[in-house]
Design a binder for this molecule. Structure first.
Ligand code: IDP
Length: 147
């Protein structure tokens, strides 16, 4: 079963959107297998955003993601990487399709509420950066066959 790493960013925590965001993935039919409220260290932020190092927004990005707690999650499901990206919407709120999280709740690219892995390979790497395997729970929901 495919897994992805999703993270409500500090702006999402400050705006009280954890519940709204979790609700959307639950209702879609994905399965939560790990979650924690945590403070991201500069070291972890630099690891997570390594691909953006050198870009003009990199320093601001690291400062932002370490500016307050985040809600880190691992979700499981069929095509969960691509489907959760579709539910999140494009990086810029202006480009995000109506009905996506970023379109419905975000205004600025700098404050776009949520991170979602962009490939199954990156998802596994990001999960390993944020979670120990002992923090993830393996379980079966009987409803799964209907989703
Ligand atoms: P994504 O979060 O939609 O996958 P990425 O390209 O991985 O977007 O970029 C990571 C984060 O960096 C974005 O969510 C956004 O907060 C920020 N970011 C990306 N591109 C820009 C930009 O051009 N200007 C400012 N911030 C940006």
């Amino acid at each position: 079963m495919e897994r992805t790493f999703l993270m409500v960013k500090p702006d999402g925590i400050q705006r009280g959107l954890i519940g709204e965001i979790v609700k959307r993935f639950e209702q879609k039919g994905f399965q939560l297998v790990g979650a924690k409220l945590m403070q991201v260290s500069v070291e972890l932020a630099e690891l997570h955003y390594a691909e953006h190092k050198g870009k003009d927004f990199y320093d601001r990005l690291v400062t932002f993601i370490t500016s307050g707690p985040v809600f880190a999650m691992v979700w499981e499901g069929d095509q969960v990487v691509a489907l959760s990206r579709a539910m999140i919407g494009k990086t810029s709120a202006l480009d995000a399709a109506p009905g996506t999280i970023r379109s419905d709740f975000a205004v600025h690219t700098n404050y776009n509420l949520i991170h979602g892995s962009d490939s199954p390979e990156n998802a596994e790497r990001e999960i390993a950066n944020f979670f120990g395997e002992h923090e993830l729970v393996n379980y079966t929901k009987v409803i799964q066959q209907w989703i």
